[in-house]
Design a protein around this ligand. Structure first.
Ligand SMILES: [Zn+2]
Length: 326
């Protein structure tokens, strides 16, 4: 019996139920694995210092999905997409999407960037921002500012909780262009209908407490907005700087750490304007690569922070290691 078939039979026995474990061979194997695997999740947050700021990347959940080519490189042949994935040690037809709201304590404000998928996604194991914010030592009441990069459901889903503001003491900051686009009457019909209704439910009720900003505006001392349109018409990213340390929160400028960075020109189904999305990726990651600054991308693999190195006309994602510890 080969090891492979042995493993398969062990799996089958496991699926068949406890009675099958009476097999003597299995008992011997069990003796080598007496420590039960504890059902304890990882804490789901990553914290580091950026000068005088404290940054906490929070994992709102992981979502495995099919069909990389139906999202990334939709203007390319499927073989070209699968070849790039395999070259990068990734499966050709499955990927895991990761969602990373980010909390920044500036010393005077506790600023949350994006709110995850929210209550509607909890049954599927996502929407974990609140729980993990608490695990990291803060409460929803402590958040003083919520910044929304753009109005897709995985960013605005956590703004409300049971019909009330999820962060009751916060004021809000978001792009004027994004708000104007999604709240225009005509978005309620056609392909934007569902998303526009979600905006009506989660964003519009907070408008009175919202500051609407544009390119170059400051959210707080050391935090500057940059318009990065394409993914959505008013998509915004944020440049953080404290005591000479910098970090760019790139939100959804790139949504896959291989496909979107190594091939920035490939069209992405998530980008509402495919050409503008590609042009913005080039502009933003040219800057990240040239200035050698770290970035944190909402959909990069958790903990979602890294550098971009120029490679073959695109960029290679280089995850952070100990840079923030020094
Ligand atoms: Zn997103």
């Amino acid at each position: 019996m080969t090891i492979a078939t042995d493993r398969r039979s062990v799996l089958k026995l496991g699926l068949a139920g406890g009675a099958a474990l009476a097999s003597p061979q299995i008992m011997v194997r069990a003796a080598h694995a007496q420590a039960a695997m504890p059902d304890v999740d990882n804490p789901g947050f990553s914290r580091f210092r950026l000068g005088g700021f404290e940054v906490t990347a929070i994992n709102d959940g992981l979502r495995p999905g099919d069909g990389v080519h139906t999202i990334f490189g939709v203007d390319r042949e499927e073989a070209e997409v699968t070849a790039l994935l395999e070259e990068n040690f990734l499966p050709r037809d499955r990927f895991v999407n990761s969602f990373t709201p980010t909390l920044v304590n500036t010393g005077s404000e506790l600023i949350l960037f994006d709110t995850g998928l929210g209550a509607g996604a909890r049954e599927g194991g996502l929407g974990r921002l609140r729980e993990r914010l608490e695990a990291s030592g803060y409460g929803a009441d402590d958040v003083s500012v919520v910044v929304v990069t753009h109005f897709h459901g995985d960013h605005i889903g956590g703004l409300m909780e049971n019909g009330a503001p999820a962060f009751p003491n916060a004021r809000y900051v978001t792009g004027q262009a994004e708000y104007d686009f999604w709240t225009a009457q005509e978005r309620l019909s056609g392909p934007t209908g569902n998303a526009a209704r979600a905006v009506q439910a989660n964003v519009t009720p907070l408008a009175d407490q919202t500051t609407f900003i544009g390119d170059g505006d400051e959210v707080a001392p050391g935090i500057t907005a940059m318009l990065a349109a394409g993914h959505t018409p008013g998509h915004m990213i944020f440049h953080l700087e404290s005591e000479g340390r910098r970090l760019l929160l790139t939100a959804d400028t790139a949504n896959h750490y291989v496909a979107s960075l190594q091939r920035p020109d490939w069209h992405v189904s998530f980008d509402m304007d495919k050409e503008a999305g590609a042009a913005t990726r080039r502009r933003v990651f040219d800057m990240v690569a040239a200035e050698r600054i770290p970035f944190l991308g909402y959909h990069m693999p958790f903990p979602a922070a890294g550098f971009a190195e120029r490679l073959d006309g695109g960029y290679r994602f280089v995850p952070v290691s100990y840079q923030f510890l020094l």
